[in-house]
Ligand binder design. Structure first.
Ligand SMILES: Nc1ncnc2c1ncn2[C@@H]1O[C@H](COP(=O)(O)OP(=O)(O)OP(=O)(O)O)[C@@H](O)[C@H]1O
Length: 550
Protein backbone atom coordinates (compact mmCIF):
# COMPACT_ATOMS: atom_id res chain seq x y z
CA UNK A 1 0.00 0.00 0.00
CA UNK A 2 1.31 3.45 -0.87
CA UNK A 3 1.47 6.24 1.72
CA UNK A 4 -1.63 7.88 0.16
CA UNK A 5 -3.60 4.64 0.14
CA UNK A 6 -2.65 3.96 3.73
CA UNK A 7 -3.81 7.43 4.78
CA UNK A 8 -7.14 7.03 2.94
CA UNK A 9 -7.66 3.62 4.53
CA UNK A 10 -7.03 5.01 8.04
CA UNK A 11 -9.22 8.06 7.45
CA UNK A 12 -12.07 5.85 6.20
CA UNK A 13 -11.84 3.69 9.33
CA UNK A 14 -11.86 6.81 11.56
CA UNK A 15 -14.79 8.23 9.58
CA UNK A 16 -16.75 4.99 10.09
CA UNK A 17 -16.18 5.13 13.87
CA UNK A 18 -17.13 8.80 14.01
CA UNK A 19 -20.24 8.27 11.90
CA UNK A 20 -21.44 5.53 14.22
CA UNK A 21 -21.33 8.20 16.94
CA UNK A 22 -23.16 10.77 14.84
CA UNK A 23 -20.00 12.73 13.89
CA UNK A 24 -17.72 13.09 10.88
CA UNK A 25 -14.13 14.12 10.18
CA UNK A 26 -15.63 17.22 8.62
CA UNK A 27 -16.76 18.34 12.10
CA UNK A 28 -13.13 18.83 13.15
CA UNK A 29 -11.38 21.83 11.63
CA UNK A 30 -7.98 20.97 10.19
CA UNK A 31 -8.59 17.21 10.00
CA UNK A 32 -7.86 15.71 6.55
CA UNK A 33 -10.71 13.88 4.78
CA UNK A 34 -10.38 10.71 2.66
CA UNK A 35 -9.19 11.18 -0.92
CA UNK A 36 -12.28 10.74 -3.10
CA UNK A 37 -10.39 9.07 -5.98
CA UNK A 38 -9.19 6.34 -3.64
CA UNK A 39 -12.45 5.91 -1.73
CA UNK A 40 -14.20 3.85 -4.43
CA UNK A 41 -11.20 1.56 -4.61
CA UNK A 42 -11.42 0.94 -0.86
CA UNK A 43 -15.18 0.59 -0.72
CA UNK A 44 -14.68 -2.67 -2.58
CA UNK A 45 -12.70 -3.87 0.45
CA UNK A 46 -15.92 -5.34 1.78
CA UNK A 47 -16.13 -7.59 -1.24
CA UNK A 48 -12.44 -8.42 -1.02
CA UNK A 49 -12.88 -9.42 2.62
CA UNK A 50 -15.72 -11.77 1.67
CA UNK A 51 -13.53 -13.47 -0.93
CA UNK A 52 -10.33 -13.57 1.09
CA UNK A 53 -11.22 -16.30 3.57
CA UNK A 54 -8.58 -18.96 4.13
CA UNK A 55 -10.20 -21.69 2.05
CA UNK A 56 -7.82 -24.43 3.19
CA UNK A 57 -8.40 -24.00 6.92
CA UNK A 58 -12.14 -23.53 6.36
CA UNK A 59 -12.27 -26.79 4.40
CA UNK A 60 -10.51 -28.55 7.28
CA UNK A 61 -12.89 -26.98 9.82
CA UNK A 62 -15.87 -28.02 7.72
CA UNK A 63 -14.66 -31.59 7.20
CA UNK A 64 -14.14 -32.05 10.94
CA UNK A 65 -17.47 -30.55 12.02
CA UNK A 66 -19.76 -31.90 9.31
CA UNK A 67 -19.13 -35.37 10.72
CA UNK A 68 -20.36 -34.20 14.11
CA UNK A 69 -23.76 -32.97 12.85
CA UNK A 70 -26.60 -34.93 14.42
CA UNK A 71 -29.29 -36.44 12.18
CA UNK A 72 -31.66 -33.48 12.19
CA UNK A 73 -28.83 -30.97 11.73
CA UNK A 74 -27.59 -33.03 8.78
CA UNK A 75 -31.04 -32.96 7.12
CA UNK A 76 -31.12 -29.16 7.38
CA UNK A 77 -27.51 -28.90 6.20
CA UNK A 78 -28.16 -31.09 3.13
CA UNK A 79 -31.28 -29.15 2.17
CA UNK A 80 -29.56 -25.79 2.31
CA UNK A 81 -26.41 -26.96 0.52
CA UNK A 82 -28.53 -28.57 -2.17
CA UNK A 83 -30.39 -25.29 -2.82
CA UNK A 84 -27.18 -23.27 -2.94
CA UNK A 85 -25.36 -25.78 -5.18
CA UNK A 86 -28.28 -26.03 -7.60
CA UNK A 87 -29.12 -22.33 -7.47
CA UNK A 88 -32.65 -23.03 -6.24
CA UNK A 89 -34.09 -19.94 -4.54
CA UNK A 90 -35.56 -20.88 -1.15
CA UNK A 91 -36.58 -19.29 2.11
CA UNK A 92 -36.06 -21.40 5.26
CA UNK A 93 -36.69 -20.86 8.95
CA UNK A 94 -34.55 -22.96 11.30
CA UNK A 95 -36.71 -23.32 14.41
CA UNK A 96 -34.98 -24.66 17.49
CA UNK A 97 -34.70 -23.74 21.14
CA UNK A 98 -31.40 -22.59 22.67
CA UNK A 99 -28.78 -25.32 22.55
CA UNK A 100 -30.12 -27.28 19.58
CA UNK A 101 -27.05 -26.26 17.60
CA UNK A 102 -28.35 -23.58 15.23
CA UNK A 103 -25.12 -21.58 15.51
CA UNK A 104 -23.04 -24.74 15.11
CA UNK A 105 -24.96 -25.51 11.93
CA UNK A 106 -24.48 -21.97 10.55
CA UNK A 107 -20.74 -22.30 11.19
CA UNK A 108 -20.54 -25.58 9.27
CA UNK A 109 -22.57 -24.14 6.38
CA UNK A 110 -20.43 -20.98 6.25
CA UNK A 111 -17.18 -22.96 6.38
CA UNK A 112 -18.31 -25.22 3.53
CA UNK A 113 -19.45 -22.45 1.21
CA UNK A 114 -16.62 -20.03 1.99
CA UNK A 115 -14.08 -22.81 1.45
CA UNK A 116 -15.54 -23.02 -2.08
CA UNK A 117 -15.04 -19.24 -2.49
CA UNK A 118 -18.74 -18.60 -2.28
CA UNK A 119 -20.12 -15.54 -0.47
CA UNK A 120 -22.12 -16.08 2.74
CA UNK A 121 -23.70 -13.14 4.54
CA UNK A 122 -24.11 -13.87 8.26
CA UNK A 123 -26.22 -11.43 10.24
CA UNK A 124 -28.17 -11.41 13.48
CA UNK A 125 -30.85 -9.17 14.93
CA UNK A 126 -28.71 -8.25 17.92
CA UNK A 127 -25.05 -7.29 18.15
CA UNK A 128 -24.37 -9.92 20.78
CA UNK A 129 -25.81 -12.72 18.61
CA UNK A 130 -23.86 -11.46 15.59
CA UNK A 131 -20.59 -12.04 17.47
CA UNK A 132 -21.31 -15.78 17.54
CA UNK A 133 -21.52 -16.02 13.74
CA UNK A 134 -18.34 -16.25 11.65
CA UNK A 135 -17.88 -12.84 10.00
CA UNK A 136 -21.21 -11.86 11.57
CA UNK A 137 -22.70 -8.36 11.54
CA UNK A 138 -25.94 -6.90 12.78
CA UNK A 139 -28.66 -7.12 10.14
CA UNK A 140 -29.36 -3.40 10.42
CA UNK A 141 -25.75 -2.42 9.70
CA UNK A 142 -25.23 -4.98 6.91
CA UNK A 143 -28.41 -4.15 5.02
CA UNK A 144 -28.71 -0.47 6.07
CA UNK A 145 -32.22 -1.06 7.37
CA UNK A 146 -33.84 2.19 8.52
CA UNK A 147 -34.85 2.35 12.19
CA UNK A 148 -38.33 3.58 11.44
CA UNK A 149 -40.17 1.03 9.32
CA UNK A 150 -43.36 1.24 7.28
CA UNK A 151 -44.97 -1.05 4.74
CA UNK A 152 -43.02 0.66 1.92
CA UNK A 153 -39.59 0.89 3.52
CA UNK A 154 -36.56 -0.16 1.49
CA UNK A 155 -33.01 -0.64 2.70
CA UNK A 156 -30.57 2.17 2.02
CA UNK A 157 -28.30 0.26 -0.36
CA UNK A 158 -27.47 1.97 -3.64
CA UNK A 159 -27.66 -0.41 -6.60
CA UNK A 160 -24.18 0.55 -7.81
CA UNK A 161 -22.53 0.37 -4.38
CA UNK A 162 -19.97 -2.19 -3.20
CA UNK A 163 -22.51 -3.45 -0.66
CA UNK A 164 -25.02 -4.14 -3.44
CA UNK A 165 -22.29 -6.08 -5.24
CA UNK A 166 -21.66 -8.23 -2.15
CA UNK A 167 -25.40 -8.86 -1.84
CA UNK A 168 -25.64 -9.70 -5.55
CA UNK A 169 -22.86 -12.26 -5.23
CA UNK A 170 -24.12 -13.82 -1.99
CA UNK A 171 -25.02 -17.49 -2.31
CA UNK A 172 -26.53 -17.69 1.16
CA UNK A 173 -27.92 -15.18 3.65
CA UNK A 174 -28.23 -16.36 7.27
CA UNK A 175 -30.13 -14.18 9.78
CA UNK A 176 -30.10 -15.43 13.38
CA UNK A 177 -32.44 -14.37 16.22
CA UNK A 178 -34.86 -13.34 13.47
CA UNK A 179 -37.86 -13.17 15.80
CA UNK A 180 -36.41 -10.16 17.60
CA UNK A 181 -36.94 -8.18 14.40
CA UNK A 182 -40.19 -6.71 13.10
CA UNK A 183 -41.52 -8.40 9.95
CA UNK A 184 -41.38 -5.01 8.21
CA UNK A 185 -37.57 -5.23 8.23
CA UNK A 186 -37.66 -8.55 6.34
CA UNK A 187 -40.18 -7.10 3.91
CA UNK A 188 -37.88 -4.10 3.37
CA UNK A 189 -34.99 -6.48 2.66
CA UNK A 190 -37.21 -8.50 0.31
CA UNK A 191 -38.09 -5.39 -1.74
CA UNK A 192 -34.44 -4.27 -1.79
CA UNK A 193 -33.10 -7.65 -2.90
CA UNK A 194 -35.69 -7.92 -5.69
CA UNK A 195 -34.59 -4.51 -6.89
CA UNK A 196 -30.87 -5.28 -6.70
CA UNK A 197 -31.19 -8.75 -8.26
CA UNK A 198 -33.06 -7.51 -11.33
CA UNK A 199 -29.70 -6.69 -12.89
CA UNK A 200 -28.88 -10.42 -12.79
CA UNK A 201 -32.21 -11.61 -14.17
CA UNK A 202 -35.52 -9.86 -14.74
CA UNK A 203 -37.23 -12.90 -13.21
CA UNK A 204 -35.77 -12.07 -9.78
CA UNK A 205 -38.13 -9.15 -9.26
CA UNK A 206 -40.95 -11.68 -8.78
CA UNK A 207 -39.06 -14.01 -6.45
CA UNK A 208 -38.97 -13.72 -2.64
CA UNK A 209 -35.73 -12.07 -1.55
CA UNK A 210 -34.83 -11.59 -5.22
CA UNK A 211 -34.15 -15.31 -5.68
CA UNK A 212 -31.59 -15.65 -2.85
CA UNK A 213 -31.32 -18.63 -0.53
CA UNK A 214 -32.29 -17.07 2.81
CA UNK A 215 -32.12 -18.86 6.16
CA UNK A 216 -33.69 -17.24 9.21
CA UNK A 217 -33.26 -18.79 12.64
CA UNK A 218 -34.90 -18.39 16.02
CA UNK A 219 -37.20 -19.71 18.70
CA UNK A 220 -40.88 -18.76 18.76
CA UNK A 221 -40.97 -19.42 22.52
CA UNK A 222 -38.68 -16.45 23.21
CA UNK A 223 -39.61 -12.80 23.62
CA UNK A 224 -40.81 -11.56 20.25
CA UNK A 225 -40.09 -8.22 18.63
CA UNK A 226 -40.60 -5.36 21.07
CA UNK A 227 -43.36 -2.90 20.23
CA UNK A 228 -43.48 -0.14 22.84
CA UNK A 229 -46.87 -0.33 24.55
CA UNK A 230 -47.94 -2.82 21.84
CA UNK A 231 -51.00 -5.03 22.34
CA UNK A 232 -50.85 -8.83 22.17
CA UNK A 233 -52.28 -8.77 18.64
CA UNK A 234 -49.80 -6.11 17.50
CA UNK A 235 -46.85 -8.10 18.82
CA UNK A 236 -48.01 -11.35 17.19
CA UNK A 237 -48.78 -9.54 13.92
CA UNK A 238 -45.28 -8.00 13.87
CA UNK A 239 -43.45 -11.32 13.83
CA UNK A 240 -42.14 -12.83 10.60
CA UNK A 241 -44.71 -15.64 10.52
CA UNK A 242 -47.42 -12.98 10.13
CA UNK A 243 -45.68 -11.56 7.07
CA UNK A 244 -46.82 -11.98 3.47
CA UNK A 245 -43.42 -13.63 2.95
CA UNK A 246 -44.21 -16.50 5.32
CA UNK A 247 -46.15 -18.43 2.65
CA UNK A 248 -42.84 -18.99 0.85
CA UNK A 249 -41.10 -20.24 3.98
CA UNK A 250 -40.18 -23.83 4.79
CA UNK A 251 -39.72 -24.43 8.53
CA UNK A 252 -36.91 -26.79 9.51
CA UNK A 253 -37.05 -27.97 13.13
CA UNK A 254 -34.18 -28.83 15.46
CA UNK A 255 -35.28 -30.61 18.65
CA UNK A 256 -32.20 -32.29 20.09
CA UNK A 257 -30.56 -30.27 22.86
CA UNK A 258 -26.81 -30.40 22.16
CA UNK A 259 -26.02 -28.15 25.14
CA UNK A 260 -27.30 -30.88 27.48
CA UNK A 261 -24.15 -32.87 26.99
CA UNK A 262 -22.10 -29.93 28.28
CA UNK A 263 -23.72 -29.64 31.74
CA UNK A 264 -22.98 -33.25 32.56
CA UNK A 265 -20.31 -32.54 35.19
CA UNK A 266 -22.93 -31.11 37.52
CA UNK A 267 -26.09 -33.09 36.70
CA UNK A 268 -27.11 -36.54 35.49
CA UNK A 269 -28.54 -36.91 31.95
CA UNK A 270 -32.00 -37.59 33.47
CA UNK A 271 -31.85 -34.40 35.57
CA UNK A 272 -30.80 -32.37 32.55
CA UNK A 273 -33.52 -33.89 30.38
CA UNK A 274 -36.28 -33.29 32.89
CA UNK A 275 -35.10 -29.68 33.45
CA UNK A 276 -34.98 -29.13 29.69
CA UNK A 277 -38.52 -30.56 29.31
CA UNK A 278 -39.82 -28.29 32.09
CA UNK A 279 -38.33 -25.26 30.32
CA UNK A 280 -39.93 -26.28 27.02
CA UNK A 281 -43.31 -26.76 28.68
CA UNK A 282 -43.04 -23.25 30.13
CA UNK A 283 -42.09 -21.90 26.70
CA UNK A 284 -45.12 -23.49 25.06
CA UNK A 285 -47.54 -22.91 27.95
CA UNK A 286 -47.98 -26.66 28.42
CA UNK A 287 -47.61 -26.77 32.20
CA UNK A 288 -49.44 -25.15 35.09
CA UNK A 289 -53.00 -24.31 36.08
CA UNK A 290 -55.42 -21.86 34.48
CA UNK A 291 -57.15 -19.55 36.99
CA UNK A 292 -59.41 -16.75 35.68
CA UNK A 293 -57.98 -17.15 32.17
CA UNK A 294 -54.45 -16.76 33.49
CA UNK A 295 -51.85 -19.50 33.38
CA UNK A 296 -49.92 -20.16 36.59
CA UNK A 297 -46.80 -22.31 36.88
CA UNK A 298 -45.70 -24.06 40.07
CA UNK A 299 -42.05 -23.42 40.88
CA UNK A 300 -40.27 -26.40 42.51
CA UNK A 301 -39.49 -25.54 46.14
CA UNK A 302 -35.73 -26.05 45.77
CA UNK A 303 -35.63 -23.26 43.16
CA UNK A 304 -37.38 -20.76 45.43
CA UNK A 305 -35.44 -18.15 47.42
CA UNK A 306 -37.17 -17.66 50.80
CA UNK A 307 -38.24 -14.04 51.26
CA UNK A 308 -37.62 -11.99 54.37
CA UNK A 309 -38.36 -8.31 54.91
CA UNK A 310 -35.81 -7.22 52.35
CA UNK A 311 -36.22 -9.24 49.12
CA UNK A 312 -33.41 -7.35 47.37
CA UNK A 313 -30.99 -8.37 50.10
CA UNK A 314 -32.27 -11.99 49.90
CA UNK A 315 -31.62 -12.36 46.19
CA UNK A 316 -28.27 -10.54 46.35
CA UNK A 317 -27.04 -12.84 49.13
CA UNK A 318 -28.09 -15.90 47.14
CA UNK A 319 -26.67 -14.93 43.74
CA UNK A 320 -23.64 -12.93 44.93
CA UNK A 321 -22.59 -14.71 48.16
CA UNK A 322 -19.83 -13.00 50.17
CA UNK A 323 -19.98 -10.13 47.75
CA UNK A 324 -17.51 -7.85 49.50
CA UNK A 325 -14.84 -10.59 49.75
CA UNK A 326 -15.39 -11.90 46.21
CA UNK A 327 -15.75 -8.51 44.61
CA UNK A 328 -12.06 -8.24 43.56
CA UNK A 329 -12.10 -11.65 41.83
CA UNK A 330 -12.43 -10.86 38.08
CA UNK A 331 -14.25 -14.15 37.37
CA UNK A 332 -16.88 -13.60 40.09
CA UNK A 333 -19.19 -11.49 37.90
CA UNK A 334 -18.39 -13.21 34.64
CA UNK A 335 -21.11 -15.82 34.68
CA UNK A 336 -23.86 -14.65 37.02
CA UNK A 337 -26.68 -12.13 36.97
CA UNK A 338 -30.00 -11.25 38.57
CA UNK A 339 -32.82 -10.89 36.05
CA UNK A 340 -35.77 -8.62 36.68
CA UNK A 341 -38.78 -7.47 34.72
CA UNK A 342 -38.57 -3.71 34.78
CA UNK A 343 -35.89 -1.08 34.57
CA UNK A 344 -36.97 0.14 38.03
CA UNK A 345 -36.39 -3.27 39.62
CA UNK A 346 -33.03 -3.55 37.87
CA UNK A 347 -31.98 -0.15 39.14
CA UNK A 348 -33.11 -0.92 42.69
CA UNK A 349 -30.86 -4.01 42.79
CA UNK A 350 -27.90 -2.38 41.03
CA UNK A 351 -27.94 0.64 43.37
CA UNK A 352 -28.29 -1.59 46.42
CA UNK A 353 -25.19 -3.58 45.45
CA UNK A 354 -23.01 -0.67 44.38
CA UNK A 355 -23.66 1.02 47.75
CA UNK A 356 -22.50 -2.12 49.57
CA UNK A 357 -19.16 -2.30 47.81
CA UNK A 358 -15.96 -0.74 49.09
CA UNK A 359 -14.11 1.93 47.10
CA UNK A 360 -14.62 5.48 45.96
CA UNK A 361 -17.80 6.13 44.02
CA UNK A 362 -17.88 8.32 40.92
CA UNK A 363 -21.17 9.72 39.69
CA UNK A 364 -21.29 10.56 35.97
CA UNK A 365 -24.17 12.83 34.98
CA UNK A 366 -25.59 13.08 31.48
CA UNK A 367 -26.16 16.21 29.38
CA UNK A 368 -29.71 16.15 27.96
CA UNK A 369 -31.27 18.45 25.40
CA UNK A 370 -34.33 18.50 23.17
CA UNK A 371 -33.68 18.20 19.42
CA UNK A 372 -35.23 20.71 17.00
CA UNK A 373 -37.77 22.05 19.51
CA UNK A 374 -39.36 24.33 16.88
CA UNK A 375 -40.76 21.43 14.83
CA UNK A 376 -43.27 20.10 17.38
CA UNK A 377 -46.48 21.86 16.53
CA UNK A 378 -48.59 19.48 18.64
CA UNK A 379 -46.35 19.44 21.73
CA UNK A 380 -45.96 22.34 24.13
CA UNK A 381 -42.17 22.26 24.36
CA UNK A 382 -41.99 24.98 27.01
CA UNK A 383 -42.53 22.50 29.81
CA UNK A 384 -39.88 20.13 28.44
CA UNK A 385 -37.05 21.63 30.45
CA UNK A 386 -33.71 19.98 31.24
CA UNK A 387 -34.94 18.67 34.64
CA UNK A 388 -37.81 16.94 32.85
CA UNK A 389 -35.47 15.35 30.27
CA UNK A 390 -33.14 14.20 33.07
CA UNK A 391 -35.96 12.13 34.56
CA UNK A 392 -36.64 10.12 31.40
CA UNK A 393 -35.66 6.49 31.98
CA UNK A 394 -36.29 3.43 29.95
CA UNK A 395 -34.71 0.23 28.78
CA UNK A 396 -31.78 0.70 26.42
CA UNK A 397 -31.02 4.29 27.44
CA UNK A 398 -28.33 4.95 30.07
CA UNK A 399 -29.51 6.82 33.12
CA UNK A 400 -29.05 10.49 33.80
CA UNK A 401 -26.89 9.49 36.77
CA UNK A 402 -24.37 6.65 36.52
CA UNK A 403 -22.83 5.64 39.86
CA UNK A 404 -19.69 3.53 39.37
CA UNK A 405 -16.84 2.05 41.41
CA UNK A 406 -13.73 0.25 40.24
CA UNK A 407 -14.43 -3.48 39.91
CA UNK A 408 -18.19 -3.26 39.20
CA UNK A 409 -19.68 -5.16 36.24
CA UNK A 410 -21.31 -3.12 33.48
CA UNK A 411 -23.19 -3.90 30.27
CA UNK A 412 -22.93 -1.98 27.00
CA UNK A 413 -26.13 -0.42 25.67
CA UNK A 414 -24.91 0.35 22.13
CA UNK A 415 -22.96 -1.38 19.37
CA UNK A 416 -19.67 0.53 19.59
CA UNK A 417 -17.22 -1.76 17.81
CA UNK A 418 -18.77 -5.13 16.92
CA UNK A 419 -15.54 -6.37 15.32
CA UNK A 420 -13.75 -5.72 18.63
CA UNK A 421 -16.47 -7.50 20.64
CA UNK A 422 -18.10 -4.26 21.87
CA UNK A 423 -21.80 -4.76 21.17
CA UNK A 424 -25.07 -3.89 22.78
CA UNK A 425 -25.15 -6.59 25.50
CA UNK A 426 -21.38 -7.10 25.98
CA UNK A 427 -20.52 -7.34 29.67
CA UNK A 428 -17.37 -5.74 31.12
CA UNK A 429 -15.75 -5.01 34.49
CA UNK A 430 -14.71 -1.42 35.27
CA UNK A 431 -10.97 -0.91 35.75
CA UNK A 432 -10.51 2.87 35.46
CA UNK A 433 -12.78 5.82 36.12
CA UNK A 434 -11.39 8.75 34.15
CA UNK A 435 -12.97 12.14 33.63
CA UNK A 436 -13.84 11.50 29.99
CA UNK A 437 -13.24 7.78 29.51
CA UNK A 438 -13.94 4.60 31.43
CA UNK A 439 -11.43 1.75 31.18
CA UNK A 440 -12.88 -1.77 31.37
CA UNK A 441 -12.10 -5.46 30.72
CA UNK A 442 -14.45 -7.49 28.49
CA UNK A 443 -15.86 -10.50 30.39
CA UNK A 444 -18.46 -11.90 27.99
CA UNK A 445 -18.88 -13.11 24.39
CA UNK A 446 -15.87 -12.76 22.09
CA UNK A 447 -12.67 -10.88 23.03
CA UNK A 448 -12.87 -11.85 26.74
CA UNK A 449 -9.94 -10.24 28.63
CA UNK A 450 -9.47 -7.34 26.18
CA UNK A 451 -8.90 -3.97 27.83
CA UNK A 452 -11.02 -1.24 26.25
CA UNK A 453 -11.89 2.41 26.76
CA UNK A 454 -15.42 3.73 26.54
CA UNK A 455 -16.25 7.38 25.98
CA UNK A 456 -19.48 9.35 26.21
CA UNK A 457 -21.71 9.40 23.15
CA UNK A 458 -24.84 11.19 22.01
CA UNK A 459 -27.91 8.97 22.04
CA UNK A 460 -31.25 9.93 20.49
CA UNK A 461 -33.94 7.39 21.44
CA UNK A 462 -36.16 6.41 18.52
CA UNK A 463 -39.01 5.39 20.82
CA UNK A 464 -42.33 6.48 19.33
CA UNK A 465 -43.91 6.58 22.80
CA UNK A 466 -42.04 9.84 23.47
CA UNK A 467 -43.68 12.47 21.26
CA UNK A 468 -40.50 14.51 20.79
CA UNK A 469 -36.83 13.77 20.06
CA UNK A 470 -34.22 14.40 22.70
CA UNK A 471 -30.54 13.69 22.99
CA UNK A 472 -28.70 12.28 25.99
CA UNK A 473 -24.91 12.49 26.15
CA UNK A 474 -23.70 9.81 28.52
CA UNK A 475 -21.52 6.68 28.66
CA UNK A 476 -23.54 3.97 26.81
CA UNK A 477 -23.47 1.60 29.79
CA UNK A 478 -25.37 0.52 32.86
CA UNK A 479 -24.44 -1.55 35.90
CA UNK A 480 -25.08 -5.25 35.29
CA UNK A 481 -25.40 -6.96 38.67
CA UNK A 482 -29.00 -7.08 37.50
CA UNK A 483 -30.47 -6.72 34.01
CA UNK A 484 -33.89 -6.98 32.41
CA UNK A 485 -35.05 -10.38 31.17
CA UNK A 486 -35.32 -8.98 27.64
CA UNK A 487 -31.69 -7.84 27.76
CA UNK A 488 -30.53 -11.31 28.88
CA UNK A 489 -31.96 -13.00 25.75
CA UNK A 490 -29.10 -14.75 23.95
CA UNK A 491 -26.78 -14.94 27.00
CA UNK A 492 -25.89 -18.19 28.75
CA UNK A 493 -24.91 -17.94 32.44
CA UNK A 494 -24.00 -20.38 35.18
CA UNK A 495 -25.96 -18.66 37.99
CA UNK A 496 -29.20 -16.74 37.50
CA UNK A 497 -31.51 -15.22 40.09
CA UNK A 498 -34.96 -14.35 38.81
CA UNK A 499 -36.45 -11.45 40.77
CA UNK A 500 -40.22 -11.32 40.26
CA UNK A 501 -41.65 -8.37 42.15
CA UNK A 502 -44.63 -8.81 39.83
CA UNK A 503 -45.47 -11.62 37.41
CA UNK A 504 -44.20 -11.59 33.83
CA UNK A 505 -46.45 -9.70 31.42
CA UNK A 506 -45.29 -10.65 27.94
CA UNK A 507 -44.84 -13.73 25.77
CA UNK A 508 -41.60 -15.59 26.36
CA UNK A 509 -40.33 -13.69 29.39
CA UNK A 510 -40.54 -16.58 31.87
CA UNK A 511 -39.12 -19.01 29.30
CA UNK A 512 -36.18 -16.73 28.46
CA UNK A 513 -35.43 -16.17 32.15
CA UNK A 514 -35.41 -19.85 33.18
CA UNK A 515 -33.51 -20.96 30.09
CA UNK A 516 -30.46 -18.70 30.62
CA UNK A 517 -28.72 -21.30 32.83
CA UNK A 518 -26.66 -24.33 31.83
CA UNK A 519 -28.34 -26.57 34.40
CA UNK A 520 -30.95 -26.55 37.14
CA UNK A 521 -28.44 -25.91 39.97
CA UNK A 522 -27.76 -22.47 38.53
CA UNK A 523 -31.36 -21.19 38.77
CA UNK A 524 -33.05 -19.51 41.76
CA UNK A 525 -36.34 -17.63 41.75
CA UNK A 526 -37.66 -15.04 44.18
CA UNK A 527 -41.40 -14.29 44.15
CA UNK A 528 -42.55 -11.22 46.02
CA UNK A 529 -44.78 -8.20 45.59
CA UNK A 530 -46.83 -5.58 47.33
CA UNK A 531 -50.07 -7.55 47.40
CA UNK A 532 -50.76 -11.20 48.11
CA UNK A 533 -48.21 -13.39 46.36
CA UNK A 534 -48.41 -17.14 46.14
CA UNK A 535 -44.99 -18.24 47.41
CA UNK A 536 -44.74 -21.18 45.02
CA UNK A 537 -46.47 -20.22 41.78
CA UNK A 538 -46.21 -17.44 39.27
CA UNK A 539 -48.05 -16.36 36.13
CA UNK A 540 -46.72 -17.36 32.72
CA UNK A 541 -47.69 -15.51 29.55
CA UNK A 542 -47.59 -17.43 26.27
CA UNK A 543 -49.16 -16.11 23.07
CA UNK A 544 -50.06 -19.59 21.85
CA UNK A 545 -51.44 -18.21 18.58
CA UNK A 546 -47.87 -17.50 17.50
CA UNK A 547 -47.29 -21.28 17.28
CA UNK A 548 -50.41 -21.78 15.11
CA UNK A 549 -48.80 -20.19 12.09
CA UNK A 550 -45.52 -22.08 12.09
N1 LIG B 1 -23.39 -31.56 16.28
C1 LIG B 1 -22.72 -31.03 17.29
N2 LIG B 1 -21.60 -31.61 17.74
C2 LIG B 1 -20.91 -31.12 18.78
N3 LIG B 1 -21.28 -30.03 19.47
C3 LIG B 1 -22.39 -29.40 19.07
C4 LIG B 1 -23.17 -29.87 17.97
N4 LIG B 1 -24.22 -29.04 17.82
C5 LIG B 1 -24.09 -28.11 18.77
N5 LIG B 1 -23.00 -28.34 19.52
C6 LIG B 1 -22.55 -27.55 20.69
O1 LIG B 1 -23.68 -27.39 21.55
C7 LIG B 1 -23.69 -26.07 22.12
C8 LIG B 1 -24.99 -25.39 21.75
O2 LIG B 1 -25.02 -25.19 20.34
P1 LIG B 1 -25.36 -23.77 19.69
O3 LIG B 1 -24.77 -22.64 20.46
O4 LIG B 1 -25.02 -23.88 18.24
O5 LIG B 1 -26.94 -23.78 19.88
P2 LIG B 1 -27.98 -22.66 19.49
O6 LIG B 1 -29.19 -23.36 19.01
O7 LIG B 1 -27.37 -21.68 18.56
O8 LIG B 1 -28.24 -22.00 20.91
P3 LIG B 1 -28.66 -20.48 21.25
O9 LIG B 1 -29.94 -20.21 20.51
O10 LIG B 1 -28.81 -20.47 22.75
O11 LIG B 1 -27.52 -19.61 20.78
C9 LIG B 1 -22.47 -25.36 21.56
O12 LIG B 1 -21.42 -25.46 22.47
C10 LIG B 1 -22.13 -26.15 20.29
O13 LIG B 1 -20.76 -26.09 19.98
Amino acid sequence: MSQGELQTFCLLEIEKLLQSNGKSLRNYAGMPVPNNCLVSQFSNLMLLRELQYDTVSLALEHDANVLKLNEEQKVVYDKIIDCVSNKRHRFFFVYGFGGTGKTFLYRVLSARLRSEKRVVINVASSGIASLLLPGGKTAHSMFNIPVELTEDTVCRIKKDSAKAEVVRLADLIIWDEALMTNKLAFEALDRTLRDIMVSVSDRNKDLPFGGKVVVLGGDFRQVLTVIPKGSRAEIVMASINSSVLWKYCEVLCLMKNMRLTMGLEQSTPQELRSFSDWILQIGEGRCGTVVNDKLFVDIPSDLIIPVSENPVEDIVNTIYPNLVQNFRDPSFFQDRAILALTVDNVEEINNYIVDLLPGEEKNYLSADLICGSDVYSDVDVDWINVEFLNQIRYSGLPNRSLKLKIGVPIILLRNIDPAGGLCNGTRLVVRDLGRNVIGADIVSSSNVGDKVFISRMNMIPSDTVIPFKFQRRQFPISLSFAMTINKSQGQILSTVGLFLRRPVFCHGQLYVAVSRVRNRNGLKILLCGDGLVDPIRTENVVFTEVFDKI
